[in-house]
Design a protein around this ligand. Structure first.
Ligand SMILES: [Zn+2]
Length: 413
């Protein structure tokens, strides 16, 4: 069974899914984080009909219902821009510590052995896990298609991505953009999917004005394969009967350069992981306006390596956070990702880390008009964290490090 544990800090979902959904409701707390740069002391957020209608400071004296949440902080709901709900059932069934390639093989075998009902049940628990850990939006990647209804019928905003891989060109694929939830397409990765197929997927999502997601530059095996067309990954594909002889690889390019070459990178693309990359790659990502979704805990577990986050920040790339799946991490909590980021990169300001967990993720998922910051017109769904703080600096440090005091935080450094 998936282990869903409450955090030590009290996380309340507030807003249109709570008990104060009708009419005008004012939520106040000692701190309100509007966005990474705007933190109000003794702030309030007024919600009406599911939308934020006013933000301000001071005690609100009016006729509508006022809820004083206490000494902690109201902040935007978190965004998990990359997860795989259909892999929740694989928690503790595969061993990421044995290395990436072995993990992939084990994952495929285990997934094939599971009953669909079990996968669905654990996926539904995964959505509860996301919501209970302060997440209001997600990008769910599904190869099997099995989580679509759960996701679309949930309270989560964001995108359900149908993930494709191999050489097939499925002509029935499509995407659908909605204001709060969209259906889109993801290419698995450049070392598992033909350039022709990836180009086709990207073209469909571009036509539908939907974000496109792809794992990029994740492993050394991938980099060697893309640069040379050879190596362990080439042998692995050959063993599985996948013909890559016609793929345009082996030109000494990095995965990012390859993705750019075949037209995958623009402002509607989310490149996930981006570990095996250099300064030239970062310039390409910045010029194309692509987002990068960082999944540090998964990277650490599967590869023992982390992406060069400071250089990506210097290149002003839109960085967001994802957890990847319970097949490679212990929790789907973005608080845990923030803490991992803060521990590994103490030079990165907490405000930047919070932006990755909120506004930047919302931008990457095309939710920038709805979520990510607390401003009038956006969805009236946010979180309260019972984290007392004496000043803004202490508050921001507490937010990004809060998971370290949680019983569910287990990162092996
Ligand atoms: Zn992934």
């Amino acid at each position: 069974m998936t282990d869903i544990q409450p955090r030590n800090e009290r996380i309340n979902h507030i807003g249109n899914d709570g008990c104060h959904s009708a009419g005008l409701v004012t939520h106040q707390a000692r701190w309100v984080v509007v966005d990474q740069h705007t933190i109000l002391q003794n702030g309030y957020v007024v919600v009406q009909d599911g939308l934020i209608v006013e933000i301000g400071k001071g005690k609100k004296i009016r006729k509508d219902s006022v809820v004083d949440h206490g000494n902690g902080v109201i902040l935007p709901g978190l965004v998990n821009a990359h997860t795989h709900l259909e892999l929740c059932a694989l928690k503790n069934r595969v061993k990421p510590e044995n290395g990436f390639q072995s993990w992939v093989q084990e994952l495929l075998a285990e997934r094939a052995s599971l009953e669909p009902e079990n996968i669905q049940k654990e996926s539904a628990l995964g959505i509860e896990h996301l919501l209970s850990s302060g997440c209001i939006a997600a990008g769910d990647i599904s190869t099997m298609g099995i989580t679509k209804d759960f996701f679309m019928n949930s309270q989560l905003l964001g995108i359900w991505f149908q993930e494709c891989l191999g050489n097939d060109l499925d002509t029935s694929l499509s995407c659908r953009k909605g204001p709060r939830q969209s259906i889109s397409l993801a290419g698995h990765a450049p070392h598992t999917t033909s350039p022709e197929f990836l180009g086709k997927l990207k073209a469909i999502t571009s036509k539908g004005k939907c974000p496109f997601s792809i794992h990029l530059a994740e492993s050394r095996e991938e980099s060697i394969f893309i640069a040379s067309g050879k190596g362990e990954w080439a042998d692995f594909l050959t063993e599985r009967g996948i013909d890559f002889s016609f793929w345009s690889i082996g030109n000494n390019r990095t995965p990012i350069q390859h993705a750019d070459q075949i037209g995958l990178l623009d402002s509607n693309t989310i490149a996930v992981h981006v570990i095996q990359s250099n300064e030239k790659d970062f310039k390409i990502l910045q010029e194309k306006g692509s987002s990068v979704c960082l999944c540090l805990r998964s990277n650490h577990t599967l590869h023992g390596e982390l992406p060069d986050v400071p250089s990506m920040l210097k290149n002003r790339i839109n960085l967001c956070l994802g957890t990847d799946s319970l097949a490679s991490v212990d929790t789907l909590s973005i608080f845990d990702e923030m803490t991992c980021m803060a521990n590994h990169f103490p030079e990165i300001p907490p405000a930047d880390i919070l932006a990755m967990a909120t506004e930047n993720g919302a931008n990457a998922l095309g939710l920038d008009g709805w979520a990510g910051t607390l401003v009038p017109g956006r969805i009236g769904s946010f979180i309260y964290l019972d984290l007392p703080a004496d000043n803004v600096k202490q508050l921001m440090e507490s937010i990004v490090h809060s998971a370290s005091r949680s019983a569910i935080h287990r990162i092996a450094v």
